[in-house]
Write a protein that binds this ligand. Structure first.
Ligand SMILES: Nc1ncnc2c1ncn2[C@@H]1O[C@H](COP(=O)(O)OP(=O)(O)OP(=O)(O)O)[C@@H](O)[C@H]1O
Ligand SMILES: [Mg+2]
Length: 220
C-alpha cells in the first residue's frame, strides 16, 4: 500500500461499497414486509462480508500468510451481484455472465469479490450514461495455469489521456456534477493492488464512446 493515507481512504471506500447494499436491504425490509425475511438475510450476509473484509485488510497489513481457497468463479460472481443489491434489469441493463459453471480458481475469495464489485459498479455507472445499448459482459476462459477474466461494458468509454491514469489512486472523472455522482478514484487502485497481490495483472482497453473492457490475468 502506497501510504497510510491511501490505505485509510481505500478501507473507507470499501466500507462505503459494502454498507450501501446493507442499508438498501434493511430499508427494503422496512417498506416491504413480504420481502423482509430475504432482505434481512441479505443484510446479515453483507455484515458478515464487511467483517471478512476487515480480516482480509488486517491480514494484508500484517503480511500474514496468504490463505487461498478453491472457489467456483461463476458462484463468486453471482454472490458479488447479490452483494450489490442492485436490480440491473430495472435500469434496462443486460448483464451476461459468460463463465462456465465448473471453472474453478485458487484465490482469496473476499478480495477477488471486492475487485468485481468495484468493476461492476464502474461498468453500471458507465452504461447508465448511455441510452442505447446497456450491456455488461463478464467472460472468463482458462489456459493451463492461468485464467483470463474480462469485464466489458457498452458505456461511454475512456479517453486515451485518462486511460493512462485510471489505476492511479485518487484519479477520478466523477466530480458530482452529472448523474455519475462523486467518485474518489480508489476503486481501480484497489483492484490493481489486490490483483497484483494475487500474482496477476489487470489492464484496461477503451475508446471514447466505444465502451470499456477490463482484462484480468490470474494464476488459477
Ligand atoms: N467502465 C468504465 N467506463 C468508463 N470509465 C471508467 C470505467 N471504469 C473506470 N472508469 C474511469 O476511471 C476512473 C477511476 O475509476 P475508479 O473506480 O478508480 O474511481 P471512481 O469510480 O471515479 O471513484 P470510486 O473511488 O468511488 O470508485 C473513473 O472516474 C472513470 O473516469
Ligand atoms: Mg469506481
Amino acid at each position: 500500500m502506497a501510504s497510510v493515507g491511501t490505505l485509510t481512504a481505500m478501507i473507507a471506500h470499501e466500507f462505503n461499497n459494502i454498507l450501501t447494499p446493507i442499508i438498501n436491504y434493511a430499508q427494503m425490509a422496512q417498506t416491504n414486509p413480504t420481502f423482509a425475511p430475504k432482505a434481512i438475510t441479505r443484510a446479515a450476509d453483507g455484515g458478515l462480508r464487511a467483517s471478512e473484509i476487515c480480516a482480509a485488510i488486517l491480514g494484508l497489513t500484517h503480511n500474514a500468510p496468504v490463505e487461498l481457497e478453491r472457489v467456483s468463479l461463476r458462484t463468486l460472481l453471482e454472490e458479488t451481484l447479490v452483494a450489490m443489491a442492485r436490480d440491473f434489469s430495472k435500469d434496462r441493463i443486460e448483464l451476461i455472465l459468460d463463465i462456465h459453471s465448473d471453472m474453478e480458481i485458487h484465490t482469496r475469495k473476499v478480495e477477488l469479490q471486492q475487485v468485481f464489485l468495484n468493476l461492476l459498479i464502474n461498468a453500471r455507472t458507465a452504461v447508465l450514461e448511455t441510452n442505447t445499448l446497456r450491456r455488461i459482459v463478464v467472460h472468463a476462459f482458462e489456459e493451463p495455469g492461468m485464467v483470463t477474466i474480462t469485464v466489458s461494458d457498452t458505456g461511454m468509454g475512456i479517453t486515451p489521456g485518462n486511460l493512462t491514469q485510471i489505476f492511479d489512486p485518487f484519479f477520478t472523472t466523477k466530480d458530482g456534477q452529472e448523474d455519475q455522482g462523486q467518485g474518489h478514484g480508489l476503486g481501480l487502485a484497489l483492484c490493481k493492488e489486490i490483483i497484483e497481490s494475487l500474482g496477476g495483472d489487470i489492464s484496461a482497453q477503451s475508446e471514447r464512446n466505444e465502451g470499456a473492457a477490463f482484462i484480468i490475468h490470474l494464476p488459477c
